[in-house]
Design a binder for this molecule. Structure first.
Ligand code: URA
Length: 207
């Protein structure tokens, strides 16, 4: 697994806003949108392209289009906070929805929604999972995506815990992880420390 921690002043500033417990929901969503744009931009660096002819007002020259339609897969709920930025950068992408809830006793993920294109072979796939804690949700989502033929998936996270990185590494899957930070550890209820709290609650309000 290839891990890229994005080192950019604007990413660091947005992450600080997200970490701050005083940040209210509207500002949290805005900072997440900003940060997701930077992370997805980096995640998309390796996208295959192909040349096309393009005519400017002055001449015909060679331009570029994406060689395959990307698929973005937000892990619900919190991944939805990164979706507008991803679709802003890749407007032709398709969205695969993966709804996972976390059992607060076992921390194991349960799938409650799976709306994923049947054939992902040959398509660039981006898994949007802002908090890579135990890695359980990401691994579950990755298994759904690889079962449909996805390869070389890029996991885009805001904060990753070392435990989550280890879990993804141990899976042996051919994936890349792009994150804004790798934090210290998980606490005893599998929250990332220092982290930013419950990302879904901070985006949408506790349900
Ligand atoms: N999910 C979150 O939203 N935050 C964490 O710290 C861990 C999992």
């Amino acid at each position: 697994m290839q891990v890229q921690v994005v080192d950019h002043p604007l990413a660091a500033v947005a992450l600080t806003v997200l970490r701050d417990e005083r940040t209210a929901r509207p500002q949290f969503r805005a900072a997440l949108d900003d940060l997701a744009s930077i992370l997805v931009y980096e995640a998309a660096r390796g996208l295959p392209t192909m040349p096309v002819s393009v005519t400017t007002p002055l001449a015909t020259t060679t331009g570029t289009v994406l060689a395959a339609e990307p698929v973005v897969a937000p892990v619900l709920r919190a991944g939805l906070g990164m979706l507008p930025a991803a679709l802003g950068l890749m407007p032709d992408a398709r969205t695969a929805f993966i709804g996972l809830s976390r059992d607060e006793i076992t921390f194991q993920p349960t799938v409650y929604l799976e709306s994923v294109p049947a054939d992902l072979a040959g398509r660039p796939v981006f898994l949007l999972d802002p908090m890579l804690a135990t890695g359980g949700s990401a691994l579950h989502a990755l298994s759904l995506l690889t079962a449909r033929g996805a390869t070389g998936i890029v996991v885009v996270s805001v904060v990753a815990a070392p435990e989550g990185l280890d879990a993804l590494e141990r899976s042996g899957l051919d994936i890349r992880l792009v994150a804004a930070a790798v934090d210290e550890r998980l606490n005893d209820v599998a929250y990332i420390v220092p982290g930013l709290g419950d990302a879904g609650d901070r985006i949408y309000g506790a349900v």
